[in-house]
Ligand binder design. Structure first.
Ligand code: PEP
Ligand code: MG
Length: 557
């Protein structure tokens, strides 16, 4: 059996399936319990079992997870929660329905109260899901404990779920929902973990079934034959051979194109520092803020930033300030009443509602600069106007950070790139959000993946306009969205005048190879071929056809 989906990365792996159970829904018409006393006893037993399970998990967890699990266990032990649920069951409501409405009431109350209480809403929902699963006799939702390298299959994964996985044992991630530029896919890609999203039928895969996941082809095959394993091994060989080239990125005629890595944590930095990349082009600092009830302190942040700077001492490190909101919600910063969070207070816009977050972060970064003697580049996400760029640059410089840039990921910033570049030292294009906003298509959902395709000519036009503005200003204009990881797109971007490409470290060798096979003029011809097309498919096909002979075959295209 073969399933198809949209792949992230180019990896191909074979391994057993481990399923992540989705949160159980309350049955539509849950029957009234025949014996309310025994139903009440079941509810108490479910609360007790969940609390005990969480306490046991906390006992074997490490770091921040201990406190999170302990706090969730405490909630499962909460007397008011139990008492109100039991009262409803005694009055004849189905136990899951009762639990659902009591938790719903608490969620509303906590949310209205704001502050610390609002931060407990996620814990409350997690307790509800676990207790409901216990009552219904279905697998507990949430991230499983992995004991062998596995292919993790889920309906969808929030960034916090991904953070809770032991990624060293994750061979691949397969989801039924989600999009290729959603953060979970990106975080996985950054770790070199192949990801397949939008896989219809993924949830029907049996636990333990052996599957072959090919992210480049976008396929999943159940019980693959030995020829599949052989083909995967061959591909790995080509990739290994190309990875032996450690020269700096450049076109065939010597025009430099910096090849940089995207990272999310200090551990990522330590892991990829030994790889042949010229630095970090995007440090997604929000990963440090995820799954917490309050922001990390200045000291805590400074320590992490210093670790990253030390790992890459002597190389460029571009640190992006907090990009929270929308698909990266933080309990302590996200606006709860936004109907369109992707269009709301996210990224740099948080200076309007929580200015101390940016101030603390810039101070911590300056501390890290001081203790390591390494000067980071710093940039802000979600900048829309030259005024925002100016304000951010002023704030960063006040803290003694000297190389200041912004991301170009909102169409307004691309359209006014000259004016934006007048305010800052560099720009970095976030093609994931740029595509989302240019095409008015939610990057988290895959139904419209044809529209959010990074090859859409309208997206390419704005990238071209921004790169041209960079050339005019004589300032670096890089790309750090997923576009940079695609070796064919990398040639197009080079031809458009993009000065650096930042991607998951595992993508660097193929990108280096593709760029190095073309002179600047040849890359420009590839870019023009793509720009002249009138659809995403035609743009990619035209670019592939314009590559110098032999490159497409080596790339397996
Ligand atoms: C690099 C980008 O930022 P993120 O994916 O973290 O939103 C982007 O939008 O392309
Ligand atoms: Mg972005």
């Amino acid at each position: 059996m073969k399933l198809t989906g949209a792949g992230v990365g180019r990896g191909a792996v074979i391994g057993p399936v481990v399923r992540i159970a989705p949160a159980p829904a309350a049955p539509a018409h849950e029957p009234v319990p025949e014996d309310p006393t025994s139903a009440a006893a079941d509810v108490v037993a479910a609360f007790d079992a969940v609390a005990a399970g969480l306490r046991a998990q906390a006992g074997s967890a490490e770091g921040a997870a201990v406190a999170v699990l302990g706090a969730t266990a405490q909630m499962a032990e909460d007397r008011a929660l139990r008492k109100q649920t039991l009262a409803k069951v005694a009055a004849g409501e189905g136990p899951v329905t009762a639990l659902d409405s009591v938790v719903g009431g608490f969620v509303e109350m906590f949310t209205k109260a704001g502050g610390m209480l609002a931060e407990r809403v996620t814990d409350l929902r997690s307790v509800r899901d676990r207790v409901a699963a216990h009552i219904l006799g279905v697998p507990a939702p949430g991230v499983p404990h992995l004991s062998v390298p596995s292919v993790v299959v889920a309906q969808d994964l929030a960034p916090a779920d991904t953070a809770a996985l032991d990624l060293s044992l994750v061979l691949a991630i397969v989801t039924e929902l989600g999009g290729t530029t959603s953060h979970t896919a990106i975080i996985a890609g950054q770790r070199g973990i192949p990801c397949l999203v939008r896989v219809a039928g993924a949830l029907e895969l049996a636990e333990g079934a052996v599957v072959a996941v090919d992210a480049a082809a976008g396929t999943l095959e159940v019980d693959p034959g030995p020829e599949v394993a052989e083909a995967f091994a061959l591909r790995a060989d080509v990739a290994r051979r190309l990875a032996e080239d450690v020269s700096p990125g450049a076109t065939a005629d010597g025009m430099p194109v910096n090849l940089l890595a995207n990272i999310g944590t200090a551990a990522d930095a330590a892991r990829v520092a030994g790889d042949a990349c010229e630095g970090v082009g995007l440090f997604r600092t929000e990963v440090l803020f995820l799954d917490r009830t309050s922001a990390p302190t200045r000291e805590e942040q400074a320590e992490v930033y210093a670790q990253v700077l030390r790992s890459f001492a002597g190389r460029k490190v571009v640190v992006r300030t907090l990009d929270a909101g929308a698909d990266k919600p933080l309990a302590f910063a996200t606006q709860l009443d936004e109907e369109n969070p992707a269009l709301g207070v996210r990224g740099y816009r948080l200076v309007r509602t929580a200015p101390e977050l940016l101030e603390t972060q810039l101070a911590a970064l300056a501390d890290a600069q001081r203790v390591t003697g390494v000067q980071p580049w710093v940039m802000a996400p979600m900048i829309s106007t030259p005024g925002e760029a100016r304000d951010f640059a002023a704030a960063a410089r006040r803290h003694g950070l000297t190389t200041v840039g912004v991301m170009v990921e909102v169409p307004a910033a691309a359209l006014r790139a000259d004016a934006i570049l007048a305010e800052v030292d560099f720009v970095s294009m976030g093609t994931n959000d740029l595509a989302q906003y240019v095409m008015a298509t939610d990057r988290l959902r895959g139904e419209l993946s044809d529209l959010i395709n990074l090859w859409q000519p309208a997206v390419l036009d704005l990238v071209a306009a921004t790169a041209a503005a960079g050339r005019r200003a004589g300032k670096p204009a890089g790309v750090c969205g997923e576009s940079a990881a695609d070796p064919v797109m990398a040639v197009v971007l080079t031809g458009l005048g993009v000065t650096s490409l930042s991607m998951s470290a595992g993508a660097v060798p193929l990108v280096r190879y593709a760029v190095a096979q073309h002179t600047l003029a040849q890359a420009e011809a590839v870019a023009q071929a793509a720009l002249a097309a009138d659809s995403a498919e035609a743009a990619r096909a035209a670019a592939i056809a314009a590559l110098v002979p032999g490159v497409a075959a080596t790339l397996g295209l």
